[in-house]
Write a protein that binds this ligand. Structure first.
Ligand code: DGP
Length: 112
């Protein structure tokens, strides 16, 4: 069954897309937790980080380097946080691997 994020990739659901290439897409979170809150997802349907495999190594690297570039273009010069919630205890609510890129304010630690 198609996840919400698959529908965003397929343009069945609108999103504020800030970046896209052949491997991934980045769009603004609908419930932002910081002035900048972007989700970076692979177009390949990997349910969570726990489901990533050795064959996904290059894709995972691409996602992180994309996040790094986005942090520059989105003006997060003072720093930012990258989060991948995984599974029930991690608080994952959408079963399509995604990295949260958060910035624009000082972020507290530890997370809840
Ligand atoms: P997580 O809880 O880590 O699985 O994060 C899922 C995020 O997805 C959450 O921060 C809210 C966001 N989200 C849920 N539905 C939509 C949607 O329809 N559009 C957008 N842009 N974001 C969504």
């Amino acid at each position: 069954m198609s996840t919400l994020f698959r529908k965003i990739i397929d343009r069945e659901i609108p999103a504020d897309i800030v970046f896209e290439d052949e491997l991934c897409m980045a769009f603004r979170d609908i419930h932002p937790q910081a002035p900048t809150h972007v989700l970076v997802i692979p177009k390949k349907e990997i349910p969570s980080l726990a489901d990533a495999r050795a064959e996904d190594q290059a894709l995972l690297g691409h996602l992180l380097l994309t996040i790094r570039s986005l942090a520059v273009t989105l003006g997060l010069a003072d720093g930012y946080r990258v989060v991948a919630n995984c599974g029930a205890h991690g608080g994952q609510s959408v079963d399509h691997l995604h990295f949260h890129l958060l910035g624009g304010r000082h972020l507290g630690w530890p997370p809840g």
